[in-house]
Design a binder for this molecule. Structure first.
Ligand code: NAD
Length: 247
């Protein structure tokens, strides 16, 4: 039976690349995003490439929506083999004293709460199967901190330790939980804010490999963590950042 992969933020740059890579590997991909048009587009691209995919609407910060989408995907396919929590982002760049509580909470919720809610719904499905792979998304900033992105860095640090805790809890059921921490990656959202020249000038001199990441670099990392070759790996954080940070 083919594997079923659920990807939040699947309509985005990195989530879309993960969806494409897992579909290429033969999985049926549930592309979930609160931007339904973006999820539909990724689904259509996968179908056009003769892969298998559906699109779903979900706001990962809303417990009811998360429960509903996981129930729908589980009842349609009878299993969920891979959960990739990619939804999130830094949203604001401002100093700590300028953050309102609502803005702080929005950033924490989109990243950390969303990851928790999705894992909480999918873990029991995987426990019954006695197998599954959960892939959460952090950032190099979750290790180094980042001026002007304090709630984002805090949320991503939280995701790393949350994932280790979940890895310990779920290991007896054969479920592996790992975190991918992208470095600067050229997704459309990021490229909207900065010209390619400015981006090169800022990052190329400080990244040891001399280039920023591409969404496909991340697709390969998430894919590896779904394969039999990674069956002995759990509770780890994988930095894909060209050597920018070596924690
Ligand atoms: N691009 C980078 O340089 C970079 C670096 C480090 C970490 N990351 C992380 O990688 C992930 C993907 O980033 P990206 O650059 O592809 O961003 P992106 O904006 O292209 O993708 C994020 C996707 O998540 C969706 N999303 C956001 N909040 C949501 C919510 N509450 N419910 C459902 N969907 C939601 C958005 O609609 C979007 O499609 C994020 O978690 C981000 O923090 C990105």
């Amino acid at each position: 039976m083919g594997q079923i992969a659920l990807i939040t933020g699947g309509g985005g740059g990195i989530g879309g690349a993960v969806a494409h890579r897992l579909a290429e590997a033969g999985m049926t991909v549930a592309v979930a995003d609160y931007d339904r048009a973006a999820a539909d587009q990724v689904r259509d691209e996968i179908l056009a490439a003769r892969g298998k995919a559906d699109a779903y609407s979900v706001d990962v910060t809303q417990a009811r929506e998360v429960k509903a989408v996981v129930t729908e995907i589980h009842s349609r396919h009878g299993r969920i083999d891979v959960l990739a929590n990619v939804a999130g982002g830094s949203i604001y760049t401002k100093r700590v004293e300028e953050f309102t509580w609502a803005e702080w909470k929005q950033v924490i919720d989109s990243n950390l709460k969303g990851t928790f809610l999705m894992c909480r719904e999918v873990a029991p499905v995987m426990q019954k199967q006695k197998s599954g792979r959960i892939l959460n998304t952090a950032s190099n900033y979750g290790v180094t901190g980042s001026a002007l992105r304090a709630p984002y860095a805090a949320a991503k640090a939280g995701i790393i330790t949350f994932s280790k805790s979940l890895a310990l809890e779920l290991a007896p059921d054969g479920i592996l939980v790992n975190t991918v921490a992208p470095g600067p990656t050229d997704t459309p959202r990021v490229m909207e804010k900065e010209s390619p020249d400015a981006r090169q000038e800022r990052w190329y001199p400080v990244i040891p490999l001399g280039r920023t990441g591409q969404p496909g670099d991340l697709g390969e990392m998430y894919y590896f963590l779904t394969t039999p070759e990674s069956a002995a790996i759990t509770g780890q954080t994988f930095h894909v950042n060209g050597g920018l940070v070596m924690p």
